[in-house]
Write a protein that binds this ligand. Structure first.
Ligand code: SF4
Ligand code: SF4
Ligand code: SF4
Length: 276
C-alpha cells in the first residue's frame, strides 16, 4: 500500500513538473512573440535592411551598439563617456530581444561622418552599400532610419508661436527640414514659420524630435513605411515630364498630351454644349 502511495505521489510530482515547465515555456514563448508583435515602430541603426530581412540577418552580436557607444566623439565636455544611441533590446523593451534600436527622445543618432556602427556588422544586417555614396565613401546622409513627421495640431509654430527648435537641430537644415512662410489669417498681420520635412533628404536621425519643445514631441520619427502614403501607380503628375514616363515607354521629348479639345482654343470648347 505504502509503495502504491509513493508511486502515486511521484507520478503527481512528475506531472506537475511537466505542466509547470510547459506553462513556463509557454510564458517565455508568448513573451518572445509579444516582443516580436510589438515591434513595428522600432527605429533601427543606419543602413539596416528592411525590418523583415533585418530580423533574419541580425545575429544579435551587439557590435554596432558597442561601436556607437565607444566612438571617439561620444563624450561630454568633461571627457566622460555618454550613453550610446543604439540599445540592444531586452525583455520588456517590446522589441525583438537582442536586436539594436534607438529612441530619439532618449539618445538620437548624431549622424557620425564615419558611421562607425555600420562597417563592424558581420552579418550584413547593416548594409554598407546603402550608406555609400557615388564616390564610394561612407555617407550618413544616405541613411534612411525613418522619416520625421510633424503633428500640426500640437506643433506650436502652427499656432503662430515662433519656434524653430527642430529646424535648428537638423544637421541637414534647409534640406531635410525647411521653414515655410504662410500668412496668419487669424491675426491678419503676422506670419507663420512652419516646419516642413522633405522625405527625399530626411535620414530619420531624430535630432529634431529630441529638440522639440512641446511636452510630447510634435515632430517625431517613424519607420518610413509607417510615415508615408502611396498614391497608386495610376496617378500621374501631368506637370512632371519624368513622372509622365511611368505612363508609357516614351522618351521625354515625345511627351505631349493631345486630346480633341486641346486642338481648339479654350474659349471655343469651354462654351460648347451649353444651352442658354
Ligand atoms: S551614426 Fe548614429 S547610430 Fe551610428 S555610431 Fe553614430 S550616433 Fe551611433
Ligand atoms: S552588428 Fe549587425 S548582426 Fe550584430 S547586433 Fe548589430 S545589426 Fe545585428
Ligand atoms: S529626422 Fe529631423 S533632424 Fe534628422 S534629418 Fe530628418 S528632419 Fe533633420
Amino acid at each position: 500500500m505504502a509503495n502504491s502511495n509513493n508511486n502515486r505521489r511521484k507520478f503527481m510530482a512528475t506531472t506537475l513538473q511537466s505542466v509547470g515547465l510547459t506553462a513556463l515555456g509557454g510564458l517565455l514563448w508568448s513573451g518572445y512573440t509579444d516582443e516580436v508583435k510589438a515591434s513595428p515602430l522600432v527605429l533601427r541603426p543606419p543602413g539596416a535592411l528592411k525590418e523583415e530581412d533585418f530580423l533574419k540577418a541580425c545575429i544579435k552580436c551587439g557590435l554596432c551598439a558597442e561601436a556607437c557607444v565607444n566612438r571617439d566623439s561620444n563624450k561630454n565636455k568633461d571627457g566622460s563617456k555618454r550613453d550610446g544611441t543604439l540599445q540592444m533590446a531586452k525583455g520588456g523593451d517590446h522589441r525583438m530581444i537582442g536586436t539594436p534600436f534607438f529612441i530619439p527622445t532618449e539618445v538620437p543618432c548624431y549622424m557620425c561622418d564615419d558611421i562607425p556602427c555600420v562597417p563592424v556588422c558581420p552579418s550584413g544586417a547593416l548594409d554598407e552599400a546603402s550608406v555609400t555614396n557615388e564616390k564610394g565613401d561612407l555617407d550618413i546622409n544616405q541613411a534612411r532610419m525613418g522619416l520625421a513627421v510633424v503633428h500640426k495640431e500640437s506643433c506650436i509654430a502652427f499656432w503662430g508661436i515662433q519656434c524653430d527648435a527642430c529646424y535648428r537641430a537638423c544637421p541637414l537644415m534647409d534640406e531635410a527640414i525647411s521653414l515655410e512662410y504662410a500668412k496668419n489669417e487669424r491675426t491678419g498681420k503676422h506670419a507663420f514659420l512652419l516646419p516642413v520635412v522633405h522625405s527625399d533628404v530626411c535620414t530619420g536621425c531624430g535630432l529634431c524630435e529630441k529638440a522639440c519643445v512641446t511636452e510630447k514631441p510634435a515632430i517625431f520619427v517613424l519607420p518610413t513605411e509607417y510615415s508615408t502614403g502611396k498614391a497608386g501607380a495610376h496617378y500621374v503628375k501631368g506637370w512632371d515630364k519624368k513622372d509622365q514616363l511611368r505612363a508609357g515607354e516614351r522618351k521625354l521629348d515625345q511627351i505631349e498630351t493631345k486630346t480633341e479639345r486641346s486642338e481648339e482654343a479654350p474659349a471655343d470648347y469651354l462654351n460648347t454644349e451649353v444651352e442658354y
